[in-house]
Design a protein around this ligand. Sequence first.
Ligand SMILES: NC(=O)c1ccc[n+]([C@@H]2O[C@H](COP(=O)([O-])OP(=O)(O)OC[C@H]3O[C@@H](n4cnc5c(N)ncnc54)[C@H](OP(=O)(O)O)[C@@H]3O)[C@@H](O)[C@H]2O)c1
Length: 348
Amino acid sequence: MDYRRLGKTDIEVSSICLGSMMWGSQCDEVEGHRQMDYALERGVNFIDCAELYAVPPKPETRGASEAIIGSWLHNRQDRDKIIIASKIVGRFDHADWMRPGGKPPRHTKEQIDFAVERSLKALQTDYIDLYQIHWPDRPREVFGFHSYRDLGIDDMIPFEETYEALSRHVEAGRIRALGLSNESPWGAMKFLQLSEKHGWPRMASIQNVYNLLSRRFDYGLAEIAVREDLGLLAYSPLAQGYLTGKYAGGNLPEKSRKKMFGRLERYEADHAADAIDACLTLANDLGLTPVQLALKFVETREFLTSNIIGASSMAQLKENIDAHEIKWTPEMEKAVHKLHVKLRSPCP
Ligand SMILES: NC(=O)c1ccc[n+]([C@@H]2O[C@H](COP(=O)([O-])OP(=O)(O)OC[C@H]3O[C@@H](n4cnc5c(N)ncnc54)[C@H](OP(=O)(O)O)[C@@H]3O)[C@@H](O)[C@H]2O)c1
């Protein structure tokens, strides 16, 4: 396993991070614990979660993933060797079940204080290593959009209120580092500028979607990640399963995410099937499995800090961690580049 520095902090994380968003929905507590035990044995020291999880988001399972990590941490003596990431949910207009009194989630000081305390309790820990803003408070499209649209609404909690409230938790030792997620180049730069201006802890990472089909990060954020030490924590490296080839030809495996939870819109636009086929063909041409190509491609990007994998079985988890062992060659890089020039980012 490789280890990389999280931004400019002194935190070293493995280049593979274990995602937990299906623990508490598709996977139960025993499975979650088993996955963490195994990942740790393989050198993974980094686990990603969020107050919102399990996914799909609903009141009955909110907090379930953090609770599964909490009951696992509770029995361990090595908390300092494990890097736990969680997130505060973004602006979520109709989620009246996320906050006491039915308030919709916003990044006010009051809600940040509440969310941090609740996550600490669920995780059964005194501190969260990386606390991320799951998506911004300002009104804008967040998931799966092709280009920016001005929604014409200027109602947002000021960056300063959010950032200062988060900084106080770092000062108090409840959080070690702060990070962004589903953020744009403008938002990322804004946070970096504010940190310089006020001396608040610098954002250490940015968790955005990144895979062979979703490469919007390359245009703008990649340079910021490298120049500003704001490394990518890539989510959905297998395009939620599509890049494994499991759904090829209209196949719908039992117990798969799509079969259990329905449409995965980002990867189901009209042109997506051809793009997925092109990735599967490329893997075959290079003598790789689709999983090896998809995961090693993400892991070898120069702006990547850690690749957040997800698995619904131990066999998948093993296969995904094994993909780290692949040697990435110049031939592979060239072939992937050629495909990118043709496909661009078909599923943003
Ligand atoms: N910040 C955000 O907004 C955000 C959004 C999404 C995810 N995340 C984070 O990123 C993590 C990973 O995201 P993701 O689950 O979407 O990642 P992904 O790697 O794109 O998809 C993982 C899913 O693909 C299937 N799969 C994985 N390995 C496989 C294999 N070897 N063979 C066949 N199928 C395989 C499994 O689902 P099935 O077996 O059910 O098909 C698995 O749950 C999450 O847990 C979460 O921590 C963050």
